[in-house]
Write a protein of this length. Structure first.
Lengths: 607, 320, 235
């Protein structure tokens, strides 16, 4: 498939949605149904606004009414107080919504999970009370009979449909653009595993802010138009919990994390709720809310990711590699057959310890730790640790479980800040830098428990790492492919990361770190859980990377693989550095033997 | 209402006003504390924020109202004891509703499969409670109607005079009962085998299973008891606070704030958090227009959430 | 008493155990050693039911364990002392021990068991009212083991009891475990990274690598085996 045809399909679908709504609008003469169509479109837009933040980044918001209400009140008050036409009022409202999003986002992104959802709930409700207090309990939009067009006041409801539709198309195009750019991929990575994304150089704050700003802009523009359609604004109707809930419900129902979800959800739920309300509203006054409530309950229980994904899974059969929203160019590539990749080097070809290139003592220091200390509560996880890693080194870090090895890595790559001491990398002081900054300076890392983005393809996983240094998405793709090739995973590029074997996952994580073009890679127990044969293959690849000039620090719990790999060991025990030196020296060190095997073994060996 | 007092007593107006507000704050805070303890128990054990807590409170109010007004509690126990009895009886009734809600809905997305607040299952529960909330609220509108109701009792317009301060009798009764009930729950959690098992399940679900504790059952018990507590608090408040089916929203933010203030997961913290919110809400009226008294709560809420998420009274026990 | 046959387990699409068979006899002390990620903890979790088995059988005293709900398994007499201690940090030490006595047998013998536990770990005596989360690592390990013993189990499963402990403290913990095993005839299943202690305490042992049992034998066989030594010291 060529690039053009791959790009065509979603945009054709957007056009189809637009045409369908126009046809619908002009084939239904009834004004009441035309109003319903307008609302369907407006709630689609609002759903897209919610999806932009919560769907793509996974931060669930219970407060999207804040944006909707800000838009509605800006348009209304601009008209009422300053006689500003909604043609300007809606852009103004969009701006206010964007600003509001920044003001809300900056402090609130410090929170995660439930706390974030709760805090978001408070914003629109606080605004609700403020607008009540300001005396805007019920603001009707004044009629401008002399200049109806100038003030966006049309007798023909269908004009509003077209206006709303224009907004919807813009919102869909923005969403599609986001889905298919590094922003979408970065947000998806953050959603699936935020620490891993940070360690791969993605600034989560930056992308989340972008998302909430776009979200605020889209939501406020829809809210502004809503005010014009309903002709009266009350704090309860635009800042109320039902507004936030409705934005969430249409998207959840239709499908989270995709542009089609909100459109689908609104097209089903809005007419259903409105019709029931119209037919039964006088007897059953809360029927609309009941419909939305039941819809949420059913979705959570039966199709937690929404109709779109459910239908898609059903159509493509489970287990097939279903590409997540991904960069356009990766779609449609052939699925790789499960044939094993040709066996790489076996242990016979392992270079022996002696034969390896070793950095000369004069090689410049790349990483220098001085007196680094970190405590958790009363426990000293790292106690005044100092060492230097020279450029080109393959440095082993060993020690029993709980001796502080992973803490050491977390401190180097910025997950943790040391209580005292200094860390210098390539001449930069990196203490206190965020993980994504540390990654940008040239330190990549892998994790003890592999942190993949399981619902992204292998290629996209690696691309997340490449964004740090790639100018554009095409370049990131090339760099990611190169990195996959370096670790021998090029055949698996289109697979979903979740279906890989343990060894392949470790290699993919390595490729993600390599894709950023690092000078130093921190590898945390990369060999854990591998069979001896797999261990040998991985060791060969690490040695190869090292020969190509990459500096590697690798943690291992057991020593047998390490003695064949590292030039130099440091040994940690209870947070302290108890030995450092060449492998053959370190394994003779009585302190090291005791830390590993205990006194009893030693006495037995002595006998 | 205060003017008459100024004439007879020798207190400066501001002081009297302050003391009166303080007293009201404490009394109101007592009922808030019970509500918060209910929500706090649920979060503490299940690690899920129950969005529908306010609507179960509303249910408690209506159950108490119907029991009192139409189902004979009024006739049997009279206008003084009746409201309290009705509030108490609302508790078990709402407990039964909660049991079904947990059995049929909540437990489908909880349990061992959805451990941890950040897991997707955690969001599933959170969103599920939003759905339950919408159904209860709007279903309430259909069943109960939108006309504001209240438990009619002479207690609500009688007061005891302590020094210069009026203590509304219905509020004093509500306060005493609420605090007593919260104390009972505290004793239950700390002294009984069931309570200890629930705390263990809350602390570390995996280890609790190794102790032979049925964690799912502990969750259900916590959910039902927590909701019943809040419902009783609702029944008590119904003596002096007119309500309609959307009343839950007004209280849910109060409960969230109280629980967060006390430190999510701590029952004792939730108690003091609720008490504090009552005080903040009442005292804010001294300097802010009355319409903004709930905004003051939001400010406290956001401040706490953003700057001290472990809460004011939260005790951070180390977990290794 | 405990018999595992051809057990297979997968985690998030990855095979963690493949065809593991393992046995613990009445009053026997069995050790499982192997590198990180080999699946040692998974065996324990499958026995206790917090990880579902994919294939194979587990029987305890002839009863099909996989058919018993996880929360009932402790009541059959299996005490699991998990990796990383996992004490109830917001409960007091005494309450932690009481949670252990949640089983019928533990409940019946609570008073005498408590005395015995405090005799084994005298350091806990003065700390009964203290929150377990505020204890040191070694003391928490004592609470975790004490909690396991309080259920009056027939089988004690210990997952890395020496994790993060200073050698002297770990030695002391090992001695207590050996003592309990000796004096009460309690069956013990131990996962441990400190190979020497593990092997020296045990009657028999298993070496696990990549989810498979690669070797099994008596204490003497394991001690003289080069592979065990090589795995840990690279010699």
């Amino acid at each position: 498939m060529d690039a053009a045809s791959r790009w065509r399909s979603p945009y054709a679908a957007v056009a189809a949605v637009a045409v369908a709504y126009v046809v619908l609008a002009y084939s239904i003469p009834n004004k009441y149904y035309q109003l319903m169509i307008t609302l369907m479109i407006l709630w689609s837009i609002m759903g897209l606004s919610w999806n932009m933040l919560s769907g793509y980044s996974g931060m669930v918001s219970f407060g999207h009414a804040a944006f909707w209400g800000l838009g509605a009140y800006t348009v209304t008050l601009a008209l009422v107080l300053f006689n500003i036409t909604p043609w300007l009022g809606i852009p103004l409202g969009t701006l206010v919504g964007t600003l509001g999003a920044v003001i809300i986002g900056l402090p609130t992104f410090r929170l995660r999970g439930h706390y974030f959802a709760l805090a978001m709930l408070a914003y629109p409700l606080a605004l609700l009370y403020v607008f009540e207090w300001l005396g805007y309990q019920e603001v009707p939009l004044p009629m401008k009979r002399e200049h109806p067009v100038l003030f966006m006041q049309f007798n023909d409801q269908r004009i509003y449909i077209l206006l709303a539709l224009a907004l919807l198309v813009v919102a869909m195009l923005i969403s599609l653009k986001v889905e298919r750019s590094r922003m979408g991929l970065s947000l998806l990575a953050i959603k699936q595993n935020e620490p891993a994304a940070e360690a791969a150089g993605i600034s989560s704050l930056r992308w989340k802010l972008m998302a909430i700003m776009l979200s605020g802009a889209i939501g406020a523009s829809a809210g502004g138009l809503y005010a014009l359609v309903l002709l009266v604004v009350t704090p309860g109707s635009v800042f109320g919990v039902l507004v936030s809930a409705q934005a969430l419900v249409v998207t959840l129902f239709g499908g989270v994390g995709t542009v089609w979800g909100a459109v689908l959800g609104a097209a089903i739920l809005v007419p259903l709720a409105e019709t029931l309300n119209g037919e039964l509203g006088s007897i059953l006054p809360g029927i609309q809310g009941v419909v939305y409530g039941v819809a949420i309950i059913l979705v959570v229980l039966l199709a937690p990711e929404g109709l779109y994904w459910k239908a898609r899974d059903w159509l493509t059969h489970r287990g097939q590699p279903v590409p997540e929203p991904e960069l356009a160019a990766t779609k449609g590539a052939p699925t790789v057959a499960a044939a094993e990749s040709p066996a790489m080097a076996t242990s016979a070809t392992l270079p022996s310890t002696r034969a390896r290139a070793e950095p000369s003592a004069e090689a410049e220091p790349l990483l220098q730790l001085r007196e680094v200390t970190r405590s958790f509560g009363g426990l000293r996880a790292l106690d005044s640790v100092s060492f230097t890693v020279r450029r080109g080194a393959l440095q082993g870090v060993i020690g029993p479980n709980g001796s502080g090895k992973t803490t050491l890595f977390n401190i180097i790559n910025g997950f943790l800040t040391p209580d005292s001491g200094s860390i210098e990398f390539n001449g930069h002081n990196i203490v206190g830098l965020k993980p994504n900054r540390v990654c940008r300076l040239g330190i990549g890392r892998t994790f003890q428990v592999v942190r993949t983005f399981p619902r992204m393809s292998v290629l996209n996983n690696a691309m997340v790492g490449a964004f740090v240094s790639a100018r554009d998405d095409a370049r990131a793709r090339v760099m990611a492919l190169e990195a996959l090739e370096r670790v021998g995973l090029q055949d698996r590029a289109q697979r979903l990361a979740g279906v890989l074997t343990n060894k392949e996952r470790r290699l993919m994580e390595l490729a993600r770190a390599l894709a950023s073009g690092p000078q130093l890679i921190l590898m945390d127990e990369t060999l854990a859980g591998l069979a001896p044969q797999e261990t040998d293959e991985l060791l060969t690849q690490l040695l190869q990377l090292n020969l190509e000039g990459l500096t590697i620090i690798i943690i291992e719990h057991t020593m047998h693989a390490m003695v064949r790999l590292a030039h130099d060991f440091i040994v940690l025990d209870h947070g302290g550095l108890i030995a450092q030196g060449r492998p053959e020296e370190v394994v003779q060190d009585p302190g090291v033997i005791e830390a590993y095997l205990g006194k009893r073994w030693m006495s037995r060996v002595a006998n | 209402m205060y003017m008459g007092l100024v004439d007879t007593m020798n207190y400066p107006f501001w002081l009297e006003n302050f003391l009166q507000t303080l007293a009201t704050g404490v009394l109101v805070g007592g009922t808030y504390a019970l509500m918060c303890v209910g929500l706090g128990l649920i979060f503490g054990v299940m690690r899920v924020i129950n969005f529908a807590q306010g609507d179960f409170l509303m249910l408690g109010m209506y159950f108490a109202f119907y029991l009192y007004t139409f189902l004979g509690v009024h006739t049997l126990f009279g206008v003084f004891v009746g409201p309290v009895v009705a509030a108490f009886l609302a508790g078990p009734l709402v407990f039964i509703v909660a049991w079904f809600v947990h059995r049929w809905l909540m437990s489908r997305v909880s349990g061992m499969a959805a451990q941890g607040a950040e897991a997707e299952g955690g969001y599933g529960q959170l969103i599920l409670t939003l759905g339950i909330s919408l159904v209860l609220q709007n279903g309430g509108l259909i069943v109960f109607g939108s006309y504001p109701q209240s438990l009619r009792t002479p207690l609500s317009h009688q007061a005891w005079l302590v020094g210069p301060i009026f203590l509304n009798k219905s509020r004093v009764v509500a306060f005493a009962v609420a605090v007593g009930l919260a104390l009972l729950l505290y004793l239950f959690m700390n002294r009984s085998t069931y309570g200890r098992a629930m705390r263990a399940a809350a602390d570390n679900a995996e280890a609790a299973i190794y102790m032979g504790i049925d964690v799912d059952r502990a969750h259900r018990l916590a959910f039902c008891i927590g909701i019943a507590m809040t419902a009783v608090a609702g029944g008590l408040v119904a003596m002096y606070y007119p309500f309609q089916p959307y009343v839950g929203l007004e209280f849910v933010i109060i409960m969230y704030t109280g629980v967060v203030l006390g430190g999510l997961g701590s029952i004792l913290g939730a108690f003091w958090g609720g008490m504090t919110i009552g005080l903040v809400q009442q005292l804010s009226t001294l300097i802010l227009p009355i319409q903004l008294q709930n905004t003051a709560i939001f400010v406290v809420f956001l401040g706490i959430v953003l700057f001290r998420p472990q809460g004011l009274f939260g005790r951070t026990a180390e977990r290794t | 008493m405990l018999r595992i046959e051809e057990l297979s387990v997968s985690y998030g699409g990855l095979r963690a155990l493949s065809g593991v068979s393992l046995e613990v006899g009445q009053g026997e002390f069995v050790a499982v050693v192997g590198p990180n990620g080999a699946g040692k903890t998974t065996i324990f979790k499958t026995i206790s039911g917090t990880v579902p088995a994919e294939g194979g059988r587990i029987t305890f005293e002839g009863q099909d364990l996989l058919a018993v709900p996880p929360s009932r398994r402790a009541h059959l007499g299996i005490a699991h002392v998990p990796e990383g201690r996992q004490v109830f940090s917001t409960l007091s030490v005494l309450e932690n021990l009481q949670m252990g006595a949640n089983t019928a047998s533990g409940h019946a013998r609570w008073a005498e068991n408590l005395d015995a536990i405090l005799a084994l770990f005298p350091a806990l005596k003065s700390r009964l009212k203290q929150l377990a989360g505020t204890l040191s690592g070694g003391e928490q390990q004592m609470v975790a083991i004490g909690r396991g013993l309080a259920s009056a189990p027939k089988l004690l499963m210990l997952d890395e009891p020496s994790l993060g402990l200073a050698p002297a403290i770990a030695d002391a913990i090992f001695e207590v475990v050996e003592q309990v095993h000796r004096e009460r005839g309690l069956a013990v299943l131990l996962v441990e990274q400190r190979v020497a202690e593990a092997i020296e305490s045990c009657d028999r042992g298993y070496v696990l690598e990549s989810g498979r049992v690669v070797m099994t034998g008596t204490q003497e066989t394991l001690f003289s085996d080069a592979r065990v030594k090589q795995t840990y010291l690279g010699l």
